[in-house]
Each structure stands twice: as structure tokens, then as C-alpha cells.
Design a protein around this ligand. Sequence first.
Ligand SMILES: [Zn+2]
Length: 442
Amino acid sequence: MAATLLAFDDTDSPDGMCTTFLATLILKELEDYDLIGLPRLVRLNPNIPWKTRGNAAICLPLGEGRGDATVCGEIDGSPVRSFERGTPVLSSVMLDAAAKVLERVAEFECEKTNPGIVCTNRRPPPRMYWQTVRSVVELADVEACLAECGASWKKYKNGRGIIGAASAASWRPQDRTWEVIAYRDTSLVGTPRAIDPKSVVEMDRRTAHTFNNYDYEMKHVAITPASPCPVLFGIRGDSPEELLEARQMIRGEAPSSWLLFLTNQGTDDHILSRRIHELAPGMSVRISARVVRQASTIEGGHVIIRISDGDEVDAAFYEPSGSLRGVARKLVAGDHVIVFGSVREEPRTINVEKLQIVGLQEMRVKRSNPVCPSCSKRMGSMGAGQGYRCKVCGERMPASAAEAVTVPRGVTTGWYEPPVASRRHLYKPIRRMTRENINNLL
Ligand SMILES: [Zn+2]
């Protein structure tokens, strides 16, 4: 391998430190090493109960750089360079240096913060990533796997941070995106972020490959986090070059540092295609099914539809899914849908995060009785479902002969998604699903 992988996870708490910021601190402290490629920001299973804020892990490929280098960040006024190629170094020395930084800043007092740090010259097998992004992995299995790779590691408290760290190291990007993250001056952390919303809308309109910048439905800036962490803003997209330009379009508070990450955000890597009988709590799934009956609205404005692929389950559209609920209300029995969402334990429902309407049932209502084919008079009904009889000549016609009109459904086939603010990090936006070709261009 061309670099030594330094990976860490679970250093943040719901209201303080941020694992991506630790990346800048470690890069600053470990300045003797070069970055080989980009820092990696890897999001893991969003459904595990003990996760800290965003369930993010970081992997820094470090070593002795060779070949061309490009600027991929700036930390306290000094540029960060990313080398095309490199050679690995002694990982145990690197581990100790990084551990010192982590121990200085991690929020150990938070119950949910259980840091872990891994250093390896051999990338752990890909299954480690896929298991961790889609299900729950045992600490003992991860440690056995790391030992096999000849990795060195340090764990703190319950040690679960090792799992995310090892997974970030094992990630081999298939689909991938980039995020440029700008950090605040330390003295400002905790104060409101001064970002001009107009500049965010402008950036959104002037860039072709960024996503989740601005929530037009909620009129809300989506590039700034809600928590009091050191992040000023993060812009996500499909083109690293464009992200570097996008960063400079944002007006307001000046960042003290910034860094470009390669990430698995916006890829739907956590989603598994499953049949309804295979569902288990905590899974994120894609299900192709028919609507069994019309939507019902329950307390709190949540909308429930019953779906079936032979087995049945309720699909729930909660209040934060915004206009998606209005779409769900228009569905009727027989409509073919593909729902994306996570499986809730109690009550057993799919919490819908994205919807594709594949086929809509034609809805017809009776307008009038049929006209007699023999004497052209309007026929009379013989009772519900009994068909029609002509009062003049006695001709009979079946119930299906009634004249009917097609009722507009008020919804069309296609993709539907929730407002930007209620999307999770791994959520693949529809604009990425319908322009897959962009990945092939890069
Ligand atoms: Zn007749």
C-alpha cells in the first residue's frame, strides 16, 4: 500500500468536539508526515443506538509523499498538500503521536464518547466497511481482523471507537462524494454562526454538482450544523474542484481552517434491497411493493400506508418528511412504490426516507348508466353490481358497461424526497440518483 492509514472514531459528543476537526489537529501536529490522497470521512450505520452525533469516522492516509501535490486544505494559515503517491512509515510511532492529540481533546466525560484509533500499513478487508455501514459489528471480531492485518490500535473506555476507525480504514470507495469543511476560530465556538444565507443560495445556483446546500421548502441554510461544534460549514458535492470554488462563494464569518474530504456521504451505501419478510429492526432498506390501502393520517400529522410484496408492513411518513407526506396521502391500493427507509422495532414500521412511485393505478368513477345498443335509450340499473336492463326493449348489459371517467390522481410517477434538513448523511439525494453518469466523468 502507498500509505500508512491512521483512522479514528467516536471522539465527539452531542455538544462539543467533532471528529472531522480532530483530523485538522492531528494533521497539524503530525506535520512530519505527508497526506497521500485525501482525508476520508466515512459515515457508518445511522441506526445504531449508541452512536454519537453523526457517526463519522476519519481515515488519514499518511506517509512520505512523492510525485505531484495539490492543496486540499489550510490549517491556521498553512496549506495542506495531498500527494499523488507515497510510501508508508512505521505505524506504531504514528499511532503514539496521534493518540496524544486525541487524548488532549476527546470529550471523554460524555457517556457516548468511546474513542478508538487505528494505525495500519495494510487495509482491512472490505467486508469490515460493509458490515459496519449496514449492521452491527462485534468489537472482538474487529480486533481479530486488525491483528491479522498487523495493525496497531488504542481504545478508550468501552473501546467501541475501534469499530468505526477500522471500518473507515477498510473503505474502498465505489460510489463516493466530497465535502469541503470549514472550521471556526476556536474563540467563536458556541456563538451563533454568521453566514450570509443569500450567499448560500447563490452558491447553490451557481454550482452544478453540489447538493444539500439550502432547503428551499423550509427556507433554511443546510450547510451549517445545528450543534455548537467547531464546524463553520460543510459543502457536499460530486466535484472536488467545484467544491474548492464553492467554499469561496460563502460570505460571512471567516474560517480559521478548511479541509477537503473524500466521503461515502450521499451514496445510500447503508441501504439493502430486502423483501418484507426479511426485515429486522435497525436495517436500512429498499422495498418494492404495492400499496394495500389508502393512507391514513395519525396523531401528530404522521401518514401511514400499508404496503405488500406478499407480506405486509406499514410504511410511516413522519412529520419531518414534509411534503413527502402529501404525496403519500394521494396513494391508493394497487399503486406500485419503492420505499427507502429504516426499520423500526416498535411498532414494526418502515420509517420512509425516500419514495419512488413506479406505477399508478388508474382510478375511474361511474358517470352514467350505459346507453342501450339496440334502441339508444339510457338503460336502468338492476341493483348494485347486477348490471343494466333496457326498459324499452329488455336488452341487458353487465355492470362494467357503465360509462366511467378517469379521475386525475394528482400525483405522478417519479422520485419524491424529504426536505434537506431531515436527510441523513448517507442519504443519496434524488439529484445524485438521476445523474449517476457524473461519477463516470470524474
Ligand atoms: Zn333498448
